[in-house]
Ligand binder design. Structure first.
Ligand SMILES: [Zn+2]
Length: 258
């Protein structure tokens, strides 16, 4: 791989008043200010073919991982709490690894030293450099336990929903925070299955969170589960006409301002 995503991240200095969001595929992001870099759900492993076969390659390799301050995990599935990625971040960074209870067996299996991982229960907050991060409830019946994360820095507020599905908790979240961006997993749900938000779910999430921007991710990850983000944009225009829909661009930077 000639492109070096972490070299590009390391060479970037987001200005004051901005959070840079680098999309890693799936639900993965590097979330960066001038002083602090966090990673959420980094995934570079192989998946579980044949059902879960990658439709896109990971945008970085284990050997390219550069310095970050913390790794946040949303839930225990291996495209979110990926042992291959966790081993790389353990080896190549000083990052603390933070997640819900369901991720602990995976963190332990990778032999992350005890002082380098922490549980973050719902409604608990961690201060990390520029960031104030609060774990919030999400609805994901396919996970043993899961966290969403509210990330606040530089006057910008972002909600990362992991693989969370539509639920009434979005209304509660919007009472406490004004979101500049909400990041959600969308995908195609085969007959009889429900893994991801569909177009209407994402549109209702945009409506209920009253977010300025809806960033859709995971739409590109798995063969047979992909969805065209344009379908989401079409439906959001009906439910939440003021919300801008952005398809997270693999390996690229989105600058989020107030
Ligand atoms: Zn997933």
């Amino acid at each position: 791989m000639s492109d070096d995503l972490f070299a590009r991240i390391g060479a970037t200095q987001p200005p004051a008043g901005q959070i840079a969001l680098w999309y890693l595929g799936g639900a993965g992001y590097v979330v960066q200010t001038a002083n602090t870099s966090l990673v959420i759900d980094p995934f570079i492993g192989p998946g579980s073919p044949p059902e879960w076969t990658r439709a896109i390659p990971p945008p970085f390799t284990a050997g390219q991982v550069g310095p970050v301050d913390a790794v946040f995990l949303t839930h225990e599935h291996d495209d979110h709490a990926d042992p291959v990625a966790l081993a790389a971040f353990k080896l190549r960074t000083e990052a603390v690894i933070i997640g819900p209870k369901s991720c602990v067996p995976i963190i332990k299996a990778v032999n992350v030293p005890r002082q380098r991982w922490q549980l973050l229960p719902h409604h608990a907050t961690r201060l990390l450099g520029d960031f104030r991060v609060t774990a919030v409830p999400m609805l994901d019946p396919t996970a043993k336990s899961c966290n969403g994360y509210v990330l606040e820095a530089q006057g910008v507020t972002i909600l990362h929903c992991g693989d969370g599905q539509y639920f009434d908790g979005f209304i509660e979240l919007a009472k406490r925070w004004r979101f500049d961006a909400v990041c959600v997993s969308v995908g195609y749900n085969p007959p009889g299955k429900l893994f991801y938000m569909d177009e209407a779910d994402a549109a209702r999430a945009a409506r209920d969170t009253r977010t300025k921007r809806l960033i859709v991710h995971h739409y590109d990850l798995w063969q047979g589960y992909t969805i065209d983000p344009q379908r989401v944009a079409t439906v959001v225009a009906w439910y939440a006409p003021k919300t801008e829909v952005i398809a997270a661009p693999l390996g690229q930077c989105l600058a989020i301002e107030r």
